[in-house]
Structure formats: structure tokens, C-alpha cells
Design a protein around this ligand. Structure first.
Ligand code: BES
Ligand code: MN
Ligand code: ZN
Length: 491
């Protein structure tokens, strides 16, 4: 898929398909730009009433004029079109493309620009939607493998190519590339996507974008006294890794932003073993790690002038003769002791040591991303990720970035009243706090290791992947975090 900005007269550009917006009055929004004969023909088609009224509906028509095909897209009243509706529209246009044979498609950009959607935003959403739909799972099927879509997309503007369209294209492509990295990692089977594999992926990014990579091995992790992380790793014969990837392209004395990702490459629950149905989906339990790796891809593509450090603790959580048991007490790197009452609450056990480790960077902020709790899915479902923070302005910044990126987060409370649920008679704390408010007590647990800096925790248990027929990684919340970081370069 290749995107090109075109500024010639639209009638002078040869393309197989043009996408035209149709408003609530059945008028083609950029009708004055196309030739009179095509317009007349399309107006006759519209009179037939086959294009549905609901916003985002599409109709593929064949016209024997300058374009062999036109995709009509209902956008409702032009002035009221929202970014969410526009994105949905671009997704339905992409779906139309699945079954046709073509090489070039043109989108006039200004038909989607209004007070709510800037030129840059329209371009960025368009690029992201098309690339998202064009994603093909790198499957291990030996036959009938689908091929990645290969076509040209012309972004048309009747002005000279504006800075906004160029920037929108750049950001959109970089974000979508990051999303694809995350999807690929998530979709890989757990016998391939191991902690060692994640480390090699980080090394690849380091080579490609001149970042600094460090992979700590078991011995070094022991030396750091990460007793909590190591307790989880004990039940598996896969070697744990602690990955650090540094992109220090911001001002020298500026404190870094640290991104931490939960990297459980398979979560069987450990001795507190999970039920068998759908257990395969616990290959996605490295979704936090995959997210921060994907974000580093975007960061590298855009070469953002920021100091960003990615930290990924990664291992498997399996039952074994050597595995950590319910009742075991472990000592975290912070020195705090933890009574492991349920070995399936392992994400917090590996993250707490990564949060303590992050102190050494004297961070401006730390954001961790994790498929942390089933309770989060019960609370919020699959449409929005949860954000918890010890610093409200940071939660607000993430919420705003999520809205803009159409990759939303919703702030959850993390009040002190919940903390006593983690009390233990034998250690400084237990690793579980009962069924009530399960995603909140998980965040409360992490907060005890994030006291030295401004911190946010994003629980993506409900958003990182889809189940059922459409089973696969969503690449969330790469778009949110990319937007968040890009905004920080504008400050
Ligand atoms: N990886 C799971 C969380 C999860 C569950 C994500 C379902 C997505 C879908 C996590 O490690 C876990 O098992 N959490 C437990 C915690 C409980 C034992 C306190 C859970 O949510 O059941
Ligand atoms: Mn678990
Ligand atoms: Zn888990």
C-alpha cells in the first residue's frame, strides 16, 4: 500500500476508483470537482435510493466514465461529521475494497474536512483506517494464505500539498506501522513469541532506529533482587528476560518518559491454573509488551525529539514442580514482601519490579500497559481501556489523547479506601484483594511501587485482542500512546 499526495486537477488523475462523500441531502460533497457527465450519472444512481441513510454506509457503483468505479460514502450533514463517524466510514470503504480488483484509489481530502476534523486529522484517520483494514495476519497456514493488499492511495487536495496533509500522512503511517508490529507479536503463537523472541524484536528496533538496547538475563535479574518477577518465571523452562530499549533523542537534561509493558508470553495461571476453555487466548498476555514495542516502532519512524525508555519484564506463567505456590512469600526489588495468594495474579508481580527498576531513570512520568485483570473486562467491556493514575493531569492527558486517536481510555478510581483489601497477616501485602473492584486493587498494588514519580497504569485486558471469529490482536493502545507522545513534542 502506497500513499501519495496529489494536487493536480482531479479530472487529470488516472485512478480505478474514487471515493465520494454524499451528505444528508443526497448531494455529492465535492460534486463540483468531478466532470459533469460522471456527476449526472451518479446523481441518477443516488435517486434510486440504494445508498443507505446511516452514516458510514457505502455503495460501490460502476460508471463507464473516467473512473471505472465510484464508492459513495454517506457522511450525513457535512458540518456535523465527527472523527469517529469518519473513521467508521473509512473502515467501510476499506471493506468494499476487499473483493475488487484494482490498483489505484483516490480520496479527495477536503470533502471530509470541517470544524471538527482538520486536514491533518482527516489524512491521519484515513491512512490509519486503510492500513488497519489492510493488515493481514502473518499466519502459519500452508495453503490459501491471504496476501497483503497492494494498491496506490491518492490523497487529493486542490490546494498545494499542505503541511497538514504531509504531517497527517507521516503520523498516520508511522502509527499504523507501530500497530502492525503489535498485532504481529500478539498474533504469533506462544511457542514462537517467547521472552527471547520479544528480546530479539527489541534488538531489531534498536538496529533499525539507532536506539540502545539492553537485555538482562536471569543472573543479572537475580543480582538486581527482582524476587517477585523471578518467582513468576520459576515455573517455566523459558528463560526470563528484562528488556530495556532507549530512544534518547530529546534535550539532554530532560527527564525521560518510561513505558513499561507486561510481557507474559503465556499465562496458564501457574499453580492456580486457569480453566481450559479459551486458554489459548492467554498468548495475548504479552499485549502490554507488544504495545510498548509497537510504540517504539512509531517513535523510531517519526524519530520523535523525546527521551523515551521502554522497559519490558517478560516470562511465562506455568504450573511446575518448581513453580511459585499459593502461600509463598516473595521479596520484591523494592524490599517490600508479597504473599502470593493466587499465582494467576502474576502480572502485578512482574510489573512491580519493573516499576522499581524504572526509578533509576529519574523519569518525568512512567506509564505501564498490561492485560492485567479479567475484572477490568467486567467493568468496562471491550470498547475502552482503563487508566489509573497517581497524578490526575496525566490521566487527563491520556484520556484526551485517546479520544483524539479514537483509542479511548476511561479513568477509574484508585482511592486509598481500596488499599486494605491487599492486607496480609504474613507479609507487607497480598497479591490479590478479593473479587470486589478487582482491577482497582490490582492498580492499588502497583501504586505501592510507583510512589517516586508520576505514574499511570493502563489495563488493556478488554481491548488488546478480539475473540471469536475475528480472533486476533487489535494493536491497541498503540494509537493512543503514539498520539500522546506526538502531542508532547508540540509542547
Ligand atoms: N492475564 C490475566 C488477566 C486477563 C484475564 C486478561 C482475562 C484478559 C482476559 C491475569 O494475569 C489474571 O489472570 N488475572 C486474574 C487476577 C485474579 C487472580 C486476582 C484475573 O483477572 O482473574
Ligand atoms: Mn494470570
Ligand atoms: Zn496474566
Amino acid at each position: 500500500m502506497k500513499f501519495t499526495i496529489k494536487t493536480d486537477l482531479i479530472t487529470k488523475i488516472s485512478s480505478d476508483i474514487i471515493t465520494l462523500a454524499v451528505d444528508d441531502k443526497n448531494q455529492i460533497v465535492s460534486g463540483n470537482q468531478i466532470d459533469a457527465l460522471t456527476l449526472k450519472h451518479l446523481n441518477n444512481i443516488l435517486k434510486l435510493g440504494d445508498l443507505h441513510d446511516s452514516i458510514g454506509s457505502t455503495l460501490l457503483v460502476h460508471v463507464a466514465t473516467e473512473y471505472s468505479r465510484v464508492i459513495l460514502l454517506r457522511i450525513g450533514a457535512h458540518a456535523d461529521l465527527t472523527s469517529k463517524e469518519f473513521f467508521k466510514g473509512m473502515v467501510s470503504v476499506s471493506n468494499q475494497l476487499n473483493n475488487i480488483n484494482f490498483t489505484k484509489i483516490i480520496f479527495p481530502i477536503n470533502q471530509f474536512v470541517n470544524k471538527l476534523i482538520t486536514e491533518q486529522a482527516a489524512t491521519e484517520y484515513l491512512v490509519r483506517a486503510i492500513m488497519d483494514k489492510g493488515y493481514v495476519i502473518n499466519s502459519l497456514k500452508t495453503q490459501k494464505k491471504s496476501k497483503p493488499a497492494n494498491f496506490q492511495v491518492y490523497l487529493h487536495t486542490n490546494k498545494s500539498a499542505t503541511k497538514e496533509i504531509k504531517q497527517g500522512l507521516k503520523n498516520g503511517e508511522a502509527t499504523a506501522k507501530g500497530v502492525n508490529v503489535t498485532k504481529d507479536l500478539g498474533n504469533l503463537p506462544p511457542n514462537i513469541c517467547t521472552p527471547t523472541y520479544l528480546a530479539s524484536e527489541a534488538k531489531k528496533l534498536a538496529r533499525e532506529y539507532k536506539m540502545k538496547v539492553t537485555v538482562l538475563e536471569q543472573k543479572q535479574i537475580e543480582k538486581l533482587k527482582m524476587g517477585s518477577f523471578l518467582a513468576v518465571a520459576k515455573g517455566s523452562s523459558e528463560a526470563p528476560k528484562f528488556i530495556i530499549l532507549e530512544h534518547m533523542k530529546g534535550p539532554k537534561n530532560k527527564k525521560p518518559i518510561v513505558l513499561v509493558g507486561k510481557g507474559i508470553t503465556f499465562d496458564a495461571g501457574g499453580i492456580s491454573i486457569k480453566p481450559s476453555p479459551d486458554m489459548d487466548e492467554m498468548k495475548y498476555d504479552m499485549g502490554g509488551a507488544a504495545t510498548v514495542i509497537g510504540v517504539m516502532k512509531t517513535v523510531g519512524e517519526l524519530n520523535l525529539p523525546l527521551n523515551i525508555i521502554m522497559v519490558v519484564p517478560t516470562c511465562e506463567n506455568l504450573p511446575d514442580g518448581k513453580a511459585v505456590k499459593p502461600g509463598d512469600i516473595v521479596k520484591s526489588m523494592s524490599g517490600q514482601t508479597i504473599e502470593v495468594l493466587n499465582t494467576d495474579a502474576e502480572g502485578r508481580l512482574i510489573l512491580c519490579d519493573a516499576l522499581t527498576y524504572s526509578e533509576r531513570f529519574k523519569p518525568e512520568i512512567v506509564i505501564d500497559v498490561a492485560t492485567l485483570t479479567g475484572a477490568c473486562v467486567i467493568a468496562l467491556g471491550h470498547h475502552v481501556s482503563a487508566v489509573f493514575s497517581n497524578y490526575d493531569p496525566l490521566a487527563y492527558e491520556l484520556k484526551t489523547a485517546g479520544e483524539k486517536a479514537l483509542d479511548p481510555v476511561w479513568q477509574m478510581p484508585m482511592w486509598d479506601e481500596y488499599q486494605p483489601q491487599l492486607n496480609s497477616n504474613f507479609a507487607d501485602m497480598a497479591n490479590i484483594g478479593g473479587r470486589a473492584g478487582g482491577s482497582i486493587t490490582a492498580a492499588c498494588f502497583l501504586s505501592r511501587f510507583a510512589k517516586k514519580y508520576n505514574w499511570a497504569h493502563i489495563d488493556i485486558a478488554g481491548t488488546a485482542w478480539k475473540s471469536g471469529k475475528e480472533k486476533g490482536s487489535t494493536g491497541r493502545p498503540v494509537s493512543l500512546l503514539s498520539e500522546f507522545l506526538i502531542n508532547r513534542t508540540l509542547k
